[in-house]
Design a protein around this ligand. Structure first.
Ligand SMILES: CC(C)=CCC/C(C)=C/CC/C(C)=C/COP(=O)(O)OP(=O)(O)O
Ligand SMILES: [Zn+2]
Length: 432
């Protein structure tokens, strides 16, 4: 592009072009090296990621002051990332972390950002011991409009609804009082674009759309959303770089691999014909006989649209060199053509978001951090199973970009917790 016309662009447009150039340089280098060496670039650097994450966990003690009010959330980002790679932390570090988290618990329920800090819904994502007090804290955060506040006198938004409802659901303390009017509040945040905003009147955003959709599923009101326009909005958030943007005209960012990618995982379950008793999506419906012969396109929610879209896939078909639809044809392993380009997203995560020295990031040029590590890896796990109807069976090798050793553990898409851990928690809190 001519310098003159470049300078006439807005800052956002210039950023977009610069990022696209950086990403395409990475892809060009990648495609210019012999295929035999390409596998190294696409390899998940597990050891380095685990080392980076473990070091992060060791620093959570009293001297750790970066993002001070986020420390329990950092624990989740780190521990979840380690669990996704099926790795463990050593028992002493695990004990120290549990001790640290219990010191963050407020005597009146909920967890604060550090020992002695005000309890906050975002940090209450973590396991709680005082269930009654936790219930009372969540109840106090509920606002008459149906929404929840993030903390005492804090902002009311869709994120707070999700954290309140998902924690209450996982801990089996969700009741009608907590649910009352939540659906109306979320509905009031679905915008003319189809996605969901943080609060009424704001712009649709991937983070809030995930939170809003998951909440509506958990409270059995998902059919009240305009799912066809929501799907329409989210499929167009995948960029030519393969990654997702959070909102219209913004840059792609590795963390939306989960916030947007997770939406597809939820939609896939809604559309599934299998009776998923072990992984309820919350709509209370038995979705039919366990037939491995059926295709995933016959649910009432978004029915015709999902069928149509699953024929066409995502909007970035141009240059899609990895379309595996003709190769993935096993009845047990692949039922669903994802509504997004799963291999392009894996390529963005591995080539552009991965720091080969450990950790993952927003985009090339940015630094790694625990938040992006968590949500890039969660998105990668979603991608690897995006062709599967049943998360308990392993994906075919062609659905996993790079060596098969890149395969991560499956997650429960409503809670973003590794499936086995979800099952343990579910059993613990429901006794079944
Ligand atoms: C459970 C929980 C706490 C969920 C959080 C969900 C989430 C990620 C919400 C997004 C918040 C937001 C509007 C970011 C925009 O930042 P930006 O303007 O820097 O980014 P952008 O340019 O990509 O939109
Ligand atoms: Zn991000």
């Amino acid at each position: 592009m001519e310098m003159e016309s470049f300078s006439s662009l807005t800052v956002t447009e210039r950023d977009q072009i610069l990022v696209e150039q950086q990403v395409f340089n990475i892809f060009k280098t990648f495609y210019n090296i012999p295929p035999s060496s390409q596998s190294f670039m696409l390899e998940l650097q597990r050891e380095n990621h685990v080392e980076y994450l473990t070091n992060g966990l060791k620093q959570l003690g009293p001297s750790f002051c970066v993002l001070d009010a986020n420390r329990p959330w950092i624990c989740y980002w780190i521990l979840h990332s380690i669990a996704l790679m099926d790795e463990f932390v050593d028992p002493e570090l695990e004990d120290n972390t549990i001790d640290f988290l219990s010191r963050c618990q407020d005597p009146n329920g909920g967890y604060g950002g550090g020992p002695g800090q005000m309890p906050h819904l975002a940090t209450t994502m973590l396991q709680s011991i005082h269930l009654e007090k936790l219930y009372s804290f969540i109840r106090q955060m509920k606002y008459a409009s149906g929404g929840f506040r993030m903390h005492d006198a804090g902002e009311i938004d869709v994120r707070a609804c999700y954290t309140a409802i998902s924690v209450a659901s996982l801990l089996n303390i969700l009741d009608d009082e907590l649910v009352q009017n939540v659906g109306n509040y979320i509905l009031s945040c679905q915008t003319y674009e189809g996605g969901i905003s943080g609060e009424p009147g704001s712009e649709a955003h991937g983070g809030y759309t995930f939170c809003g959709l998951a909440t509506m599923i958990l409270i059995n009101e998902v059919k009240r959303l305009d799912l066809s326009s929501l799907i329409d909005w989210v499929v167009f958030r995948q960029g030519v770089e393969g990654g997702f943007q959070g909102r219209t005209n913004k840059l792609v960012d590795g963390c939306y691999s989960f916030w947007q990618g997770g939406i597809f995982a939820l939609l896939k379950r809604l559309n599934s014909t299998r009776g998923e008793k072990s992984i309820p999506l919350g709509d209370g419906e038995d979705s039919g006989p366990d037939s491995s012969e059926t295709t995933a396109s016959s649910d009432a929610t978004g029915k015709g649209l999902i069928e149509d879209l699953s024929q066409g896939g995502s909007h970035i078909e141009k240059g899609d060199q990895h379309d595996t639809s003709s190769r993935v044809n096993s009845k047990r392993h692949a039922k669903v053509k994802p509504l997004f380009n799963s291999l392009a997203l894996q390529q963005y995560i591995l080539l552009c978001s991965q720091d080969l020295n450990g950790g993952l990031r927003d985009k090339p040029g940015k630094s790694r951090d625990h938040y992006h590590t968590c949500y890039c890896l969660s998105g990668l796990s979603v991608c690897q199973r995006s062709w599967l109807e049943d998360d308990d069976s392993p994906p075919l090798p062609c659905a996993v970009l790079g060596p098969y050793s890149n395969l991560l553990e499956p997650i429960h898409p409503l809670y973003n917790v590794v499936l086995d851990r979800y099952r343990e928690a579910h059993e613990f809190f429901t006794g079944s």
